[in-house]
Ligand binder design. Structure first.
Ligand code: FEO
Length: 389
């Protein structure tokens, strides 16, 4: 069923109940691809959905209007979860115009190689649909260079594309319909921010400045994933402002893998000692925690300790995986250190320390190595490292 947001504005998206991986991100709660339909003199579709789910979107449109009556398509974002259904939609609808950013036109042309009736729009451009007006706001890198948002002025409704979204499959569509929202939804929102938008905190801060400069206010925020905020849009705006600022909590993550429990014993000693220093400390064994959950915890942690045994002169593979993923997400404002057990060569701690330095973490120790199994002295060194942190 389609869902009405305000009179004449509908959700016509698709719920992806079974999605469990979004380019390396564990989506344990599935997702939605939120497309929207505006009924006005010019009937307008905002975004589409994944190619294989398009028939479901078109059925929802058909509950409201014959899809062939759509006049305009607005493509806020090129990524295939929102544009994969575009070729079939364009072929069926034959829209008069497709509105997108200049980078959107370039990206859609590279993807689909079609001569579509593109109209490039920039920040501040407006489009009359008849009784209502759309205004466009370019938001490059939130999430791709082409990204933009579309604002329905009369309704103070922001179609925010990827920003403010969350991966959650739910029959409910609004923030006031989930009984424990924002608590549990907040976890999915944070996970989405950490895994998708963490590298772009500076751009998000600039976006808020732009929104203030343009004097935009929001009664409804309708992202392309997850819930639509109509009860409390300020809640998601405040969360984004906080995360974008890089604010951290007195929280310490001890992230590690282990071969014969020696690095694990070091991790446990560090966690215990951090707790005694008043830090909210948590061990995260990388074969029990998915990388996307680890980086979610990293988002607001003030301290990050990473431990690995040395395996074949290098890092344990899960640690290598985590460091690659974390580095790409550019976390900021962390105190950090490396630790690990080794048998003879012992390169892992040095390799981790190098990565932490490259991530511009404040590395407060050259790295703690213990040969084979930690003894009393080794465990005391772990406690001393925690005290330094
Ligand atoms: Fe939901 Fe960047 O795509």
């Amino acid at each position: 069923m389609s869902v009405e947001l305000t009179p004449g504005v509908y959700w016509v998206g698709v719920i992806d109940w079974n999605l469990r991986d979004f380019h390396g991100y564990l989506t344990e709660a599935g997702s939605t691809y939120n497309a929207y339909l505006i009924i006005d003199d010019k009937i307008t579709l905002i975004d589409t959905v994944k190619k294989e789910l398009l028939p479901e979107m078109l059925c929802r449109v058909a509950e409201i209007v014959d899809p062939e009556k759509i006049d305009y398509i607005v493509s806020n974002h090129v990524e295939m979860d929102h544009s994969g259904g575009l070729p079939e939609t364009v072929a069926r609808v034959k829209p008069e115009k497709i509105f997108c950013s200049p980078q959107g036109k370039a990206g859609l042309s590279r993807h689909f190689k079609q001569d579509w009736p593109f109209v490039e729009v920039k920040t501040g451009d407006e489009l009359s649909l008849g009784r209502r007006t759309l205004a466009f706001l370019e938001t490059p890198m939130l999430h791709w260079p082409d990204s933009m948002m579309t604002y329905l002025k009369e309704e103070e409704l922001l179609f925010s594309s990827d920003a403010f979204g969350a991966h959650l499959a739910s029959s409910e569509h609004f923030d006031d319909q989930l009984p424990d929202c924002p608590c549990d939804y907040g976890r999915q929102l944070k996970k989405y921010y950490a895994n998708i938008l963490m590298p772009f905190g500076g751009l998000i801060t600039s976006l808020f400045a732009k929104i203030a400069q343009l004097g935009l206010t929001f009664k409804i925020i309708a992202p392309d994933h997850g819930l639509i905020y109509r009860k409390n849009p300020a809640w998601v705006l405040e969360a984004y402002q906080r995360w974008a600022s890089g604010a951290t909590e007195p929280k310490g993550l001890v992230i590690y893998d282990t071969m014969w429990h020696s690095t694990e014993t070091m991790a446990e000693a560090i966690v215990e000692a951090l707790g005694q220093e008043g830090v909210d400390a948590k061990p995260m064994h990388l074969r029990n925690w998915h990388r996307s959950d680890v980086v979610t915890e990293c988002l607001d942690a003030g301290a990050v300790l990473i431990g690995s045994p040395t395996l074949n002169n290098g890092l344990f593979p899960t640690v290598s995986d985590l460091l690659t993923y974390l580095k790409g997400l550019k976390p900021i404002n962390k105190v950090a250190a490396a630790f690990g057990s080794y048998g003879w060569s012992g390169e892992a701690v040095k390799l981790i320390t190098k990565e932490l330095e490259e991530m511009k973490f404040k590395v407060i120790d050259p790295g703690l190595r213990v040969q084979y199994v930690p003894d009393g002295e080794g465990l005391q060194a772990c406690r001393d490292l925690a005290k330094k942190i």
